[in-house]
Write a protein that binds this ligand. Structure first.
Ligand code: PMP
Length: 366
């Protein structure tokens, strides 16, 4: 029998894809892991308690499918954002909300996003056949709002932006929404990092207008990346658009334990506030240390820093950190190849990172 190449079975679609490359998740210990914007602190203690109860009292319920709409969680999130349950869509991580959004609203259509942004957007655009145009950045890696609007197409934007860490103000986002509304175009705002700077958030506006979709996650400030829960907020008819896609794909994307855990976290606002305050404090100390070492590093509105040192090769810095068991993230993309994206860890971890960077800079010196 002649050898068959299994790749011949790939569809045209599979051949054309450009999959997202996630930061590595080493399974051995001993790393300072600052490459996927996870929280260095554990989730709310109420989460562990809720999971323990689910495992003991409700384990028998695991034979049943979960609530497809995650109504209890939707109710809690609606209350938290001053919206109604009908404005909330729950998904398996916010990536799934973003994917369903591309399928529901952008497949076969034009849309635009800033050139330096979350790199999953172009991946989803390819998967769902959206014509996504990348709009060049303004000065200092800022989002060029005028250029985005001049493109005359629906806009997808992360605010605060990743990996640049910079936020547009709430007023600017709402003005964009109004301009796009006048042209019957959608504005999608990915607020994955907004809990670190709620002043820029527009989640509460979702009940008021038909062209604003906000996407949020439990992976970052809620410290629940391992649970995979995200959500979208918008007009009930936008939420129904997402439901149409979900129910054409997987009717039960969020399992019972994940719903329980996210609900417990959503109901513990104090824990969220403490985590955010701790991360923001360590972030500023770390930034000052980097600035004093000659790095360029914008004031960050997220749980990570985006930094480069003029004259220093980003790959050498990345490799030097890796050799010292510190994982950062580097994007091999023109214009940002010398930047490292460094998630904020604990104060002790960041002290060690700064020492490691000093060591590397000494080593790299000609
Ligand atoms: N949006 C942005 C801007 C992100 O950085 C991330 C994390 N990679 C996500 C969405 C997705 O997060 P999750 O699927 O864990 O909710």
């Amino acid at each position: 029998m002649s050898a068959l190449d299994p790749m011949r079975f790939y569809s045209q679609l599979a051949r054309a894809l450009s999959p997202y490359v996630a930061g590595e998740q080493p399974q051995d210990g001993g790393w300072i892991k600052l490459n996927t914007n996870e929280s260095p602190y554990p989730p709310s203690p109420r989460v562990a308690e809720a999971i323990r109860r689910a495992a003991s009292e409700y384990a028998a319920d695991l034979r049943l499918y979960p609530d497809p709409d995650a109504d209890a969680l939707r109710g809690a999130l609606a209350e938290r954002h001053g919206l109604r349950r009908e404005n909330v869509f729950i998904s398996n991580g916010s990536d799934e909300s973003l994917a369903f959004m591309f399928a529901a609203f952008f497949a076969g259509k034009d849309c635009v996003t800033p050139a330096v942004g979350y790199s999953f957007y172009p991946t989803y655009a390819l998967l769902f056949g959206a014509r996504l145009r990348l709009i060049p950045m303004g000065g200092g890696m800022s989002v060029d709002v005028m250029a985005l609007l001049d493109a005359d197409a629906p806009v997808i934007i992360a605010n605060p932006n990743a990996p640049t860490t910079i936020a547009l103000s709430r007023e600017v986002i709402l003005a964009m929404r109004d301009t796009l509304a006048a042209r019957s175009q959608l504005l999608a705002v990915d607020e994955a990092y907004a809990p670190f700077y709620e002043e820029c958030a527009v989640a509460d506006e979702c009940g008021r207008c038909g062209n604003l979709l906000v996407i949020r996650t439990f992976s970052k400030a809620h410290a629940l990346a391992g649970m995979r829960v995200g959500y979208a907020l918008g007009h009930p008819d936008l939420i129904d658009g997402l439901n149409r896609v979900r129910d054409s794909f997987n009717s039960y994307p969020v399992d019972r334990i994940a719903q329980t855990a996210a609900l417990a976290s959503a109901n513990d606002r104090d824990s969220l506030r403490q985590t955010v305050a701790a991360i923001n404090a360590v972030k500023e100390t770390t930034r000052q240390a980097l600035l004093s070492l000659g790095f360029e590093c914008a004031a960050s509105r997220t749980n990570f820093l985006f930094a480069r040192k003029p004259g220093v090769d980003g790959r050498a810095l990345f490799d030097g950190l890796r050799a010292r068991r510190v994982l950062a993230r580097r994007f091999d993309k023109p214009g940002i190849e010398d930047y490292l994206r460094i998630t904020i860890g604990t104060a002790e971890q960041m002290d060690r990172v700064i020492l490691a960077i000093k060591d590397i800079l000494r080593e790299l010196k000609p």
